[in-house]
Ligand binder design. Structure first.
Ligand code: SD4
Length: 324
C-alpha cells in the first residue's frame, strides 16, 4: 500500500481506536514494590541489572543509570554506546539524558568517544548548574570527570555502515524496528519515586551533527514524580516536534492511563506525518501507582516490564500492522 493510502487508513483506524475502545484493553492493576520498564528486547537484560541495583540498596536514579549502562557497554547492542551505529560520515555520536524524582535532569548530545553518555548526563545534572552539554564541550567535561576516551566504532558497526552506504538510494530510510534500538528506561522504586534514562547512537545514517529526541528533556524522556514517566523511541524528529514524552506525562496528569496517553500521542504524531512515508515512533509510560503500557505507530515495537520478580518482553500495541 502506498504511503498516502496507508496513512489515510491509519487516520481511519485512529478514530476507531478512540479512547472508549482503548479502555477495553486490559490494564495492569496497581502494583506494590518496584516497576522497571524499558524499550525493546534489549530492555530485558537492562531490567535485570536495574533491579539488582535496586535490590542492593541503590536509588531509583542509580537503577535507571546502571540498567542502561549494561547495554551501552555491549558492543553488539548495535545502536547504543560502544558499537553504536555511525552517522553518514562514519562517526559514532551519542545522545543521552537522565531525570530524577526531584525534577532534576542532565543531558549530553553529539558526544563522541565516550561509551556511557548517560553517566556523563548524570554528572552534568549533579556537578553543574546546567542541563545539557554537547559535542566537544561534553567530551571535555567527560574527560575531566574521569571518563575514558575510546574508539566506539567496532568492526561490526563499520561493516553495517559500509553496507548501508553501498545500498543507499535517494529515498528517505524506512524507519522501523530494524533501525531503532534506543534504550529508554523508566522506573519506580518501592516508595513510589520515579526516574528515567535514555541513551542512543541515534537514527542510523543521520547527518553528522544531528541530535535526536533522546537527549531532549520532554521529547525523548520526561519524569514528573507526582504523575509518571515516559520515554520514546523511533524517528526522533517527530518526537521532538510533538514534545512526545512530556505530552504523554501531561495526559497522565489529566487522568489518562499509560495506555491511553501513549496511544493519543502516537496517534497525534501519525496524523501529522500523513504526507510522509510511515515512520516508527513508540512510547512507554509508567504512572505513579506503577501502571505501565506502551504504544507505537508500527507493529514490531517491544518493551520489557519488570515487576514482582517477573521480567517479560511485551509486544506493544500499534496503530499499523506490518503488512497493512
Ligand atoms: C533518534 N529516537 O535519534 C532516536 C533513535 C531511536 O531506537 O529511537 N532508536 O531519533
Amino acid at each position: 500500500m502506498n504511503s498516502r493510502r496507508r496513512f489515510l487508513s491509519l487516520s481511519a483506524l485512529g478514530s476507531l481506536t478512540g479512547l472508549g475502545t482503548v479502555k477495553a484493553f486490559a490494564q495492569e492493576k496497581s502494583v506494590n514494590g518496584s516497576v522497571i520498564l524499558s524499550t525493546w528486547n534489549i530492555g530485558i537484560r537492562a531490567n535485570v541489572r536495574a533491579n539488582e541495583v535496586l535490590e542492593s540498596g541503590g536509588s531509583v536514579l542509580d537503577c535507571v543509570e546502571k540498567g542502561v549502562n549494561l547495554i551501552e557497554n555491549d558492543p553488539n547492542a548495535g545502536t547504543v554506546g560502544i558499537g553504536g551505529f555511525p552517522d553518514e560520515e562514519g562517526h559514532v555520536t551519542l545522545d543521552a539524558c537522565i531525570m530524577d524524582s526531584a525534577q532534576r535532569c542532565g543531558s549530553v548530545a553529539f558526544l563522541q568517544h565516550i561509551k556511557n553518555p548517560v553517566s556523563v548526563a548524570r554528572k552534568v545534572m549533579e556537578e553543574t548548574k546546567h542541563v545539557m552539554l554537547v559535542g566537544e564541550g561534553a567530551l571535555n567535561f567527560a574527560l575531566k570527570h574521569g571518563f575514558k576516551k575510546e574508539i566506539l566504532l567496532t568492526e561490526r558497526s563499520l561493516a553495517g555502515w559500509k553496507k548501508r552506504i553501498a545500498e543507499r538510494d535517494d529515498q528517505l530510510p524506512e524507519i522501523n524496528v530494524e533501525n531503532h534500538d534506543t534504550i529508554g528506561m523508566v522506573a519506580r522504586d518501592a516508595n513510589g519515586n520515579l526516574a528515567g534514562s535514555c541513551t542512543t547512537s541515534g537514527a542510523g545514517m543521520k547527518l553528522h551533527g544531528r541530535v535526536g529526541d533522546s537527549p531532549i528533556i520532554g521529547a525523548g524522556l520526561y519524569v514528573d514524580n507526582d504523575v509518571g514517566a515516559a520515554c520514546a523511541t523511533g524517528w526522533g524528529e517527530a518526537v521532538i516536534e510533538n514534545a512526545g514524552s512530556a505530552m504523554v506525562v501531561e495526559l497522565m496528569r489529566h487522568g489518562r492511563s499509560p495506555q491511553e496517553a501513549c496511544e493519543e500521542i502516537v496517534q497525534r504524531i501519525a496524523n501529522k506525518f500523513q504526507e510522509w512515508k510511515p515512520i516508527q515512533v513508540g512510547f512507554i509510560a509508567l504512572n505513579k501507582v506503577g501502571e505501565t503500557d506502551g504504544f507505537a505507530i508500527q507493529e514490531g515495537f517491544t518493551y520489557a516490564h519488570h515487576s514482582g520478580g517477573q521480567n517479560q518482553s511485551i509486544k506493544s500495541k500499534s496503530l499499523l500492522k506490518r503488512d497493512a
